[in-house]
Design a protein around this ligand. Structure first.
Ligand code: SF4
Length: 78
């Protein structure tokens, strides 16, 4: 069975550039010159830090889905 990967996106219409995700998961996120968060990689290994960054983003701008299956990791499916 293939190793699970996460596809991580940031909605730049929502991101307010707080930098929280960069502090929590500096390997996964960076702020661009417009102070918008960008995932450093579109697809990455599952990580508690990345999940915590998504959970604590003040505007819920971060979405995580499982690569391949498309299963919602965050926000979780109802
Ligand atoms: S925590 Fe949310 S609002 Fe703050 S920089 Fe990251 S994506 Fe943007």
């Amino acid at each position: 069975m293939a190793e699970t990967k996460w596809r991580v996106t940031v909605d730049t219409d929502l991101c307010i550039g707080s930098g929280g995700c960069v502090l929590r998961a500096p390997d996964a996120f960076e702020l661009d010159t417009a102070r918008q968060s960008c995932p450093k990689h579109e697809v990455m290994a599952p990580s508690d830090d990345v999940l915590e960054a998504a959970e604590t983003c003040p505007v819920e701008a971060i979405t995580i889905v499982e690569e391949g299956s498309g299963a919602e990791v965050f926000p979780p499916a109802d």
